[in-house]
Unconditional design. Structure first.
Length: 171
């Protein structure tokens, strides 16, 4: 084990806070949003794995990568969602705490609690935004805007790409 990113008191706080993602993931499952529920459920798994001993190992980079990739997917899926605006506002507030926490983490006072509390707010607001998103209608992934913009049809005699404006046919 290498150098820890945070002392045990702060990492234990974030480890406990990571369990909120399990709750929002289960809520997503109960609402029938199975692919979206994979976002907080995966964040829960990678976060509890990382915060149990937050060093600079592969667990850190797995957590960071999963959060970025799954958040990007969920934001794309939210574009046509019923509660997209309150979702985006709540998520934006939460994400706004992250750079503040990074700034405070670099503070030379040695007190890690302000940055830890900011990171905790990221977890809290992100999961509140999950509950908001999953409480309304979200089109299925097959009806998502980024799938329907360019759909692929495979008739027996040609390959057609459909767009909102034209049809390209390849014989």
């Amino acid at each position: 084990m290498g150098c820890l990113v945070l002392p045990p008191a702060q990492s234990n706080y974030l480890w406990r806070l990571s369990w909120i993602s399990l709750a929002s993931g289960i809520y997503g499952l109960t609402q029938g949003y199975y692919d979206l529920a994979a976002v907080p459920l995966g964040v829960w798994l990678t976060s509890i794995n990382y915060w149990r001993s937050p060093d600079f190992s592969w667990r850190r980079y797995l957590d960071i990568t999963y959060v970025h990739m799954s958040l990007t997917y969920q934001i794309l899926r939210s574009i046509d969602a019923q509660y997209r605006v309150p979702y985006w506002i709540t998520l934006g507030v939460g994400v706004g705490f992250f750079p503040i926490g990074c700034y405070l983490h670099g503070d030379k006072s040695g007190c890690q609690w302000p940055s830890t509390l900011c990171h905790g707010m990221v977890h809290i607001f992100a999961n509140i935004s999950n509950f908001i998103l999953y409480s309304g209608f979200v089109p299925t992934v097959t009806n998502a805007w980024f799938i329907n913009k360019y759909s692929l049809s495979l008739p027996s005699d040609c390959l057609k790409f459909y767009s909102n404006d034209c049809v390209l046919t390849f014989w």
